[in-house]
Design a protein around this ligand. Structure first.
Ligand code: UT7
Length: 359
């Protein structure tokens, strides 16, 4: 097969993470607070899920406002201006509104004048799908710098009388900058999967064209998350373990090569079962579910941000990201940590070459 990069006289590019940021609302909802709302208790929630508290967006906060804060941090870390972005991909299940896409609101807030912007909805797997899409744009030469951002305001879609769901979810946002590099680092492999035939396991039924908003849908709380938790649980363990193994094989690596697994924080028991299934030691799987609950698409990049804050990562270290969510969807990605200062030097050299051409 012809190599389009070689034909155009270009070096092949990989997509490296050069910036990251996250935002959690300040309002904390503890298990003890939930005891006052529904028939539950701290011991049940902690032992069945690992969650102790979650963050809830304040009245004026939205998915786009939280995502904008996270995006600004990611851009600052990457030392990029908003107008240097080519594309903004926003993974969310809880957009501010149906039109415009939340990505467009983030683009406006940032002043990212040159960027295309679109949303992507694969529920809790949204960040992996966003990362895979962004990496393809960079590898195909269609973009050089992409903001992959995830945000969820799930608290607005909870039935606060349903103890099987309202204890699980939280709000938040996080972002990474993906940037073209000639290093053999960045996104090494991605695996995506779906089962739309069993979509009813996790839904928000109303508010779309199939069941538009009506007094009936509101009375039935059909705009809220409904879930068959027990069935999802088993599917989640099986598919997270399988896709993690597939992503490793695609990257030509084994679990021994992995510095840390950053999984979707769905349920502590799901994560422990996945950890055992793929044979990763306890100290190499990052968990923050106790403080955040399940923040949907934001869960992996929030965890990544907290992981990077607490753990030094060396150039060449491998991270395995893995997720499962509504759709049903699942996916995994392997990242090789890039030499970020060197990516920034590559960027500066490319800009100088461009200016010289213009001049
Ligand atoms: O983000 C990806 C998608 N989501 C997930 O991955 C979530 C996956 N599922 C789960 O995390 C778990 O299935 C849950 C945490 C939702 C539920 O835990 P479980 O161990 O699967 O419990 P269960 O649904 O089998 O229910 C066991 C019992 C039931 O009572 P009975 O019928 O045995 O008397 C429930 O009514 O626990 C009861 N229960 C509760 N009790 C106290 C359910 N929710 C609660 C609660 N507090 N909040």
């Amino acid at each position: 097969m012809n190599d389009p990069f070689k034909e155009n006289g270009c070096m092949p590019h990989r997509a490296a993470v050069t910036g990251w940021g996250w935002y959690s609302p300040t309002q904390v909802l503890s298990n003890h607070d939930l005891e006052k709302l529904v028939d539950t208790n701290d011991a049940w929630i902690t032992s069945r899920t690992g969650i102790r508290e979650r963050r809830i967006a304040a009245a004026g906060e939205t998915t786009s406002s939280m995502a904008t804060i996270a995006a600004r941090q990611a851009l600052a870390e990457a030392e990029l201006q908003p107008d240097e972005l080519d594309l903004i991909i926003c993974a969310t299940t809880t957009p501010d509104q149906l039109i415009p896409a939340t990505a467009c609101l983030i683009q406006r807030n940032l002043g990212a004048h040159r960027a295309g912007a679109f949303d992507l909805n694969t529920a809790c797997t949204g960040f992996i799908y966003g990362l895979a899409t962004g990496a393809q744009f960079i590898q195909g030469g269609g973009a050089k710098r992409i903001l992959v951002v995830a945000g969820e305001t799930l608290s607005r879609f909870m039935n606060w009388e349903d103890r099987s769901t309202c204890i699980l979810f939280g709000d938040g946002a996080a972002a990474v900058v993906l940037e073209a590099t000639t290093q053999q680092s960045g996104v090494l492999s991605t695996v995506l999967g779906s089962r739309g035939d069993i979509e009813q396991m996790l839904t928000i039924e109303a508010g779309g064209c199939a069941r538009p908003a009506s007094t009936e849908t509101i009375a039935q709380k059909a705009h809220c998350v409904r879930m068959r938790g027990n069935e999802i649980f088993k599917m989640a363990v099986r598919n997270m373990a399988q896709s993690a193994q597939q992503a490793l094989a695609k990257a030509g690596l084994t679990t021994n090569d992995i510095r840390a697994v950053i999984p979707h924080q769905a349920n502590e028991r799901i994560l422990i079962a996945t950890r055992d299934a793929i044979g990763i030691s306890e100290d190499r799987m990052f968990m923050n579910i106790d403080r955040h609950g399940n923040t949907g698409a934001s869960s992996i990049p929030i965890a990544l941000g907290e992981f990077l804050q607490s753990t030094p990562v060396d150039v060449g270290d491998h991270l395995l990201l893995v997720s499962f969510g509504g759709g049903l969807t699942w996916g995994a990605a392997v990242l090789r940590w890039a030499d970020i200062p060197a990516v920034k030097l590559e960027r500066a050299a490319a800009q100088r070459a461009k200016l010289a051409l213009i001049g």
